[in-house]
Design a protein around this ligand. Structure first.
Ligand SMILES: *[C@@H]1O[C@H](CO)[C@@H](O)[C@H](O)[C@H]1NC(C)=O
Ligand SMILES: *[C@@H]1O[C@H](CO)[C@@H](O)[C@H](O)[C@H]1NC(C)=O
Ligand SMILES: *[C@@H]1O[C@H](CO)[C@@H](O)[C@H](O)[C@H]1NC(C)=O
Ligand SMILES: *[C@@H]1O[C@H](CO)[C@@H](O)[C@H](O)[C@H]1NC(C)=O
Length: 376
């Protein structure tokens, strides 16, 4: 009988209290990203006359098969990551920083007054989510369309994208060569919390095909030269073909490039009508002993499974004739100078002789002459 009475009193007491004693969560189901922080906004109420003695947050966990509420401050995994933002009046907000996967779960608030201690009946359920970036499809040919999606179990708005760490404009686009890279997503306003990056591979046939010559300067007969073909391609170019055609004299007009007793003409090696002939394969074309017949225009064709592309034509010339012409020019130049000097000296000598004839007997003449001799 006594037991029933106590129980009845307890029941009535509880019933009365429910109205006055309350804990309210602004968002009972928060969802936050792993690594970010979360704030449980919380307020609590109690009858006038009560004085709050202590407050605490708990985590609901199953331990040894029993559902238990464990004081957050005693859980080592939360050490240094929780902060009570509330007070001992009506604010019971809590912040958790650096969210981890196992922070998922139920959280309870408890406050004690001089007469009563109570847990919140309701709890906060925290979901910790991760951003998962996806690229569909993750390997495309240049020009094909790509869609980026950012998956998370949270309801989050305003996704932003990064490509190789730099903001990227769109989540849907036609892939260009330069769009290849690593993409990650983030929630607007939390740009530092990024998903793991995912790669987009853009395949394309060779571009920027170019030929490099192993030696600069004039090619003399029987010297050796390597032509190296390079290109940008994805996958890398796996086959090369070298073409050659003679740089036949063209119909282009001759251009005067110098004058004097002779006029020098220059004519560009214009494309001839002669067709290209394949002359080799592999990325390097080695011409081990260059001869006149090697002169001409070379181009390299690089291919990968997606296609092919050509380099511009490279003119290879055995500039023997030009070299001889230069030597001739040089000889003429030197010859002309020698002649000028000789003529000048003769004129001077003749002039001198005219001034200082033996019968003139001018002092200055012999004097100067002697002085010069002495100096010498
Ligand atoms: C081709 O060359 C241009 C100009 O140098 C350069 O901007 C571009 O990135 C190159 N393309 C590739 C795929 O390397
Ligand atoms: C060949 O390469 C150039 C740039 O090097 C590019 O503009 C052109 O589209 C390419 N052609 C083909 C057929 O891929
Ligand atoms: C050309 O390449 C070959 C090997 O590929 C090398 O042995 C040779 O020295 C090179 N010749 C020149 C002129 O660079
Ligand atoms: C490259 O040159 C070869 C040989 O003349 C030609 O057949 C081919 O069409 C050219 N390719 C391109 C992309 O210009």
């Amino acid at each position: 009988m006594k037991m029933i009475l106590i129980l009845a009193i307890l029941i009535t007491k509880r019933g009365v209290e429910s109205a006055d004693w309350s804990v309210t969560f602004e968002n009972p189901n928060p969802c936050a990203l792993k690594g970010s922080s979360v704030e449980f906004r919380c307020s609590y109420d109690y009858p006038v006359g009560e004085t709050v003695k202590s407050t605490a947050w708990f985590k609901g966990e199953i331990q040894h098969g029993i559902w238990q509420r464990t004081l957050l401050s005693t859980l080592s995994s939360y050490e240094g990551r929780v902060e009570y933002l509330g007070d001992q009046q009506h604010n019971c907000s809590l912040a958790i920083y650096g969210l981890q996967d196992n922070d998922n779960g139920y959280y309870y608030f408890r406050f004690d007054t001089q007469t009563y201690g109570r847990h919140s009946k309701r709890s906060v359920y925290l979901s910790v989510s991760e951003l998962k970036a996806r690229v569909h499809p993750d390997s495309v040919k240049a020009g094909e369309s790509v869609t980026l999606t950012c998956g998370t179990s949270c309801q989050l708005n305003g996704m932003v994208w990064f490509k190789d760490g730099q903001p990227a404009a769109k989540a849907e686009f036609q892939a260009r060569i330069e769009d290849a890279g690593k993409y990650s997503c983030a929630v607007e306003g939390q740009e530092l919390m990024r998903s793991d990056p995912v790669a987009l591979d853009v395949q394309y046939p060779p571009v920027n095909v170019s030929v490099e010559v192993s030696r600069v300067g004039r090619l003399s007969e029987s010297s050796s030269v390597n032509l190296t073909c390079s290109s940008a391609a994805n996958p890398a170019a796996n086959s090369y073909t070298w073409y050659w055609r003679s740089a036949a004299p063209s119909s282009r007009s001759l251009q005067p490039v110098g004058s004097g007793s002779y006029t020098w003409y220059w004519r560009s090696a214009a494309p001839s009508s002669r067709s290209l002939q394949p002359v080799g394969s592999g990325s390097v074309l080695s011409l081990s002993s260059v001869e006149a017949s090697h002169s001409g225009l070379y181009l390299c064709q690089a291919s990968n499974p997606l296609g092919e592309n050509n380099s511009t034509e490279l003119l290879l010339e055995l500039e023997v004739k030009l070299w001889e012409a230069d030597r001739l020019m040089l000889c003429i130049g030197i010859g002309a100078k020698v002649i000028v000097v000789l003529v000048l000296s003769l004129v001077l000598v003749w002039f001198w002789k005219r001034r200082c004839t033996p019968d003139a007997e001018k002092e200055e003449c012999s004097h100067d002459y002697e002085n010069i001799r002495i100096k010498n």
